[in-house]
Structure formats: C-alpha cells, structure tokens
Design a protein around this ligand. Structure first.
Ligand SMILES: Cc1cc2nc3c(=O)[nH]c(=O)nc-3n(C[C@H](O)[C@H](O)[C@H](O)COP(=O)(O)OP(=O)(O)OC[C@H]3O[C@@H](n4cnc5c(N)ncnc54)[C@H](O)[C@@H]3O)c2cc1C
Length: 452
C-alpha cells in the first residue's frame, strides 16, 4: 500500500517535471527555426526550440563552422531562446490545450504553447532502381552527412547522382575531403540547366554561391541528362551502370551518393491538421497555416535554399509575436516574394523526367523496410497509397513510408500528402515515453501547473 502511494507520488512529480510552458514553441533548429525563434524572442516572447539533433543548425549548418550560423546562434542566445536538443517530436494534443510531446535521452519532454512554429525542413527523395539497397549506396546529402559525422572518404571513388542543386554542393564537399569523385550524373537536361543558369542573373547571391563551387568542381566530370540505372556488387557496391540517351556504360566506385531533389517533412503539419497544397504546407502571408496559431516556415512550404528559410522563419517568428512583430514581418514580404520566384525556377529546372518511373524492375525492392518488390505492387495495381499499404505492407515498416512514400507518390502520381504517415507516435519511441505521454496528456487537461 505504502509502496503504491510512493509510486503514485513519483509519477505525479514526473508529469509536472516533463510539462513545460512557453509562449512560442518552435520545432526544428535549422535556419528557419533559429530565425523564427530569434524574431519571436526579440519581441519579448518566451521561446523554446525543440530539435532532434545533438547540434543546432539543421541540414546545412549542423557541425560546420559557418559565420552565418554563428551569427544566428549567438543572436538566439542573446534573445534568451531556450534550445532543447535531441528532442524528437512524435505526438501532439491539439484540443483546447496545445501540448507537443518529444522524446529525449532523459525521457519525455512535453511543451504546452498557444503558438507553434513548424520548421522541420526537408529530406532527400530516393527512387528505387536495381541495386539501390546495396551497402555503399546512400543519398547525396546522406553521404555528406556521414562524412560530416566522421566517415573517412579519403581516396574513395564516388559517383554523385540524381537531381538538384545539392549535387554540385555535395560533390565539392566530398572532393574537398579527399574523395575521388568520378562523375556527377544529373538527370535534367543541359537545356534546362542553361535556362536556369541564365535566370540566376536575377539572383546574384545564388549565382555567386554557384560560381564559388567552380574551383572545387574543376576536373570532376559532370553529365546532364544522365541517370544511374543499376548498382552492382554482392556484399557491397563495386560499380554502377549509367545511361545517357541510348548510351550506357559502367563506372567502378566505392560509393554511390544518389538523391532526387528534396521533399518536405510533412508529418508534423499533417498530424496537427494543417492544410497541404501542391505537396507543401499551405500558409498565408504571415506564414500561418490553416490552423490559427500554427505557423510553417522553411522547406516545409517550398524548397528554396537557406535564404528563403531564414526569411520565412523571421516572418513566422515576428507574426507569432503579434502586433509588435507584424510590421517587421511585413517589411520582409518583398524579399520572400523574390526568393519564392527563385524556388519555382529551381522546381522547373530540376523537374523529374518520366522515364525515371521505369528505373525499378519487377524484382526491385521498393519498400526496403518490408521487402516489397515492384512486381507485387504492380500485380495488385493499387489505386492509392492506402491500398498499397493494406495489400502489400509497403510503407508499414520502421520508417513509416518516409523513404518509399515519396518514391511511390512520384511513380504512381499519388499526392505527396497521401503518402505521409500521421499516426502518433510519428517515430518509434520507448514504452516508458509513451506511458509518460499518456499521463502528461491527462495532467495537461486537468491542471494548469507546469514547469517554466
Ligand atoms: C540531407 C540534406 C543535405 C543538405 N545539404 C546542403 C548543403 O550542403 N548546402 C546547401 O546549401 N543546402 C543543403 N541542403 C538544403 C538545406 O537543408 C536548406 O537549404 C536549408 O537548410 C533548410 O532550412 P530549414 O530550416 O527549412 O530546414 P532544416 O535545415 O532541414 O532544419 C529542420 C530541422 O528540424 C529537425 N526536425 C525535423 N523533424 C523533427 C521532429 N519531429 N522533431 C524535432 N526536430 C525535427 C531536423 O532534424 C532539422 O534539424 C541540404 C538538405 C538536405 C535534406
């Protein structure tokens, strides 16, 4: 009896310890999230940032000495932003009381906030082709992240392939770290690339970034209109087959870094109930989603690079701060308009060719978590992602369709949002975290007591 009372008291304390309250909650500590947090906090709003990585900075700044990153991070510190790292948001309560739940190494971290800014960024799109599951085949940004994390690439033969502005940046980074980059294979045509290059006259800062890569890319072969059709090897990758028009050839390599543009991480906006339009979170001029008090910024609303993420983050942060911030937000609208136009040009230039839909053969595994082959899906001819999941378990594994969902959306012309898994927990979490989340949910409903 005594023991039971003790356990009860402990869990009550635990619930209150894990439930914090703030005025503005930002999810994601990439450029968009950091800029949003700075803007809200500088307007006097108590601001917390949750991010699932050990270091802030998102995909571009994380673990990198970058003067821009240092500037923004010191600004956040001066403004009193509270950053909570290694906190992966997996669920949320969106009734009268808005509570977001994250798992940290210490257990549950729950934050109640009337105002939420989602800045969860984007990830690479992978397209299945024979051999894409071999060790040594990674995403383009994926290999860069592994090298940033300590993987030695010195002397390794690498083919960088797929599509998008990320490919030259990754090739330059790998080359700088000692890799022998044998080829950059971009699926889009030279014609589209030239048209895009010419349009950069309107965006001199981006043109300068691109030109800055040229010395690092000198000597690296670059083929446009070219795609990897197969990766070969037994226990690991030894070579890839490439196709350009009717010409095919093989290149020996240790790594294939292959990604087809980026897709937004829509899981949280969809879970919270935000409307999605054309594959991105839909927002108004204040970056506010269809859900009042929930804002979206950065690559969630369109793939447009770091400058766009910073501007959208600031607009969202100022708008979330209310009356005081809104004039500052409004002053940034013209810059956003120019950056959105650039993003549209980027989308057009690197639009995926239809023949990529045929890269996967009937034997190719399309869902690597559940080992679903293309033939299995094709035989059933599912009319939707839901039917594909129900009949084949495609997208039902550990990654919950984060890898195969965007690929299937492209191959079958299914709307991106229909392939987004939104059932909490969004990520696998520990049992004790789930139990604590249930208890905290009830506490949040009953009491106003929280940690500040
Ligand atoms: C793999 C990859 C590599 C890239 N490399 C480059 C590069 O070298 N150069 C370049 O110019 N651009 C690069 N980009 C593009 C770059 O990411 C964008 O231009 C810009 O950083 C986007 O900023 P953001 O704040 O919108 O998103 P991000 O920088 O992606 O930040 C989003 C943050 O939210 C976190 N997050 C997501 N979901 C959750 C959750 N549920 N709970 C908690 N935290 C969460 C993420 O971990 C991340 O830290 C890369 C993109 C990707 C996907």
């Amino acid at each position: 009896m005594c023991g039971q009372m003790h356990r009860g008291q402990k869990s009550e304390e635990h619930r209150l310890e894990t439930l914090r309250e703030t005025e503005v909650l930002v999810i994601g500590a990439g450029p968009a999230g950091i800029a949003a947090a700075c803007s809200a906090a500088e307007c006097g709003r108590r601001t917390i940032v949750l991010d699932d990585n050990p270091l802030p900075g998102g995909q571009i700044w994380r673990g990198k000495e970058d003067p821009n990153a240092t500037k923004w991070l010191s600004r956040a510190q001066r403004a009193g932003v509270q950053m909570i790292h290694e906190a992966q948001v997996f669920a949320a309560m969106m009734n009268d009381t808005r509570v977001v739940m994250a798992e940290t190494p210490d257990g549950l971290c729950a934050v109640r906030s009337p105002c939420i800014i989602l800045a969860t960024g984007a990830r690479e799109r992978f397209l299945p082709f024979p051999g894409w599951t071999l060790p040594g085949v990674t995403g383009a940004g994926g290999l860069q992240a592994l090298v940033k994390g300590g993987l030695s690439i010195e002397g390794k033969r690498v083919v960088v392939a797929g599509s998008g502005a990320l490919l030259p940046a990754v090739a330059a980074y790998l080359h700088e770290h000692g890799a022998n980059v044998r080829l950059v294979a971009e699926q889009t045509s030279w014609l589209q690339l030239i048209a895009f290059g010419a349009s950069l006259v309107l965006r001199p800062s981006v043109a300068m970034q691109g030109l800055g890569l040229i010395p690092q890319l000198l000597g690296i072969p670059y083929e446009a209109g070219c795609m990897v059709t197969a990766a070969h090897g037994e226990a690991k990758l030894i070579s890839v087959t490439l196709r350009h028009g009717s010409r095919t050839w093989q290149v020996d390599c240790d790594y294939l870094a292959c990604g087809y543009n980026l897709v937004p991480n829509l899981e949280l906006p969809v879970l919270l109930g935000c409307a999605i339009a054309n594959g991105y979170a839909a927002v108004d001029e204040w970056q506010e989603s269809s859900l009042p008090g929930v804002y979206c910024a950065g690559e969630l609303t369109g793939i447009g690079g770091v400058d766009r993420s910073l501007i959208e983050g600031q607009i969202a942060g100022y708008a979330a701060a209310g009356k005081q911030g809104k004039p500052k937000a409004q002053a940034l609208w013209p810059q956003r308009q120019a950056l959105c136009a650039y993003a549209e040009r980027l989308d057009r230039a690197f639009a995926l060719r239809d023949d990529l839909k045929a890269l996967a053969t009937p034997e190719t595994i399309v869902c690597r978590c559940e080992d679903v082959r293309r033939a299995h899906l094709d035989a059933l001819a599912p009319g939707s992602w839901r039917m594909a999941k129900l009949h084949t378990r495609c997208g039902m594994g550990a990654c919950q369709g984060r890898i195969c969902g965007p690929a299937m959306s492209f191959i079958h012309d299914w709307p991106m949002e229909s392939t987004v898994s939104t059932r909490p927990p969004l990520f696998p979490v520990r049992m004790e975290t789930l139990t604590a989340a249930g208890l905290t949910e009830r506490t949040a409903e009953k009491t106003g007591e929280v940690n500040r």
